[in-house]
Design a binder for this molecule. Sequence first.
Ligand code: HEC
Length: 116
Amino acid sequence: MKMKKAVSSLLIASALIFSVSTAFAASGSSLFNSEGCIACHTINGEGGSVGPDLSHVGSKRSLSWLKTQIADPDSHFAAGSTVNINGKSYMAIMPAHKHMPASELNALANYLETLK
Ligand code: HEC
């Protein structure tokens, strides 16, 4: 009896964790549209090409790197310089999002980090 209870609490807990992490990723992907990232970046075939394709960005960049890139891209790529990312040249013109609320910055960076 005790065992059964433990198993069902475990199931409920994992279902909760699953839905929380899904919701997290969903709000990050909607921010990607609402913050205008999609105008310059493509994910899975949809979006612009002024900046690099982000479909697999989570396999090469860490969460903290992604947060810094969103808030302060200049600290990675000097504004106006030519940068080479994934074998293509880009002019570093990504706007800084310094005033994005921490919760949104986290959601957006977490979403990008899931793109493997
Ligand atoms: C005006 C076009 C533009 C907009 C809008 C823009 N970016 Fe960028 N992004 C770029 C360019 C160009 C680069 C190349 C480096 C740079 O400019 O800092 C870049 C680089 C990146 C990188 C690094 C990619 C890699 O492969 O290392 C990430 C991640 C990124 N942008 C995410 C975002 C997110 C998230 C948003 C929305 C909050 C956004 N960008 C908005 C143009 C843009």
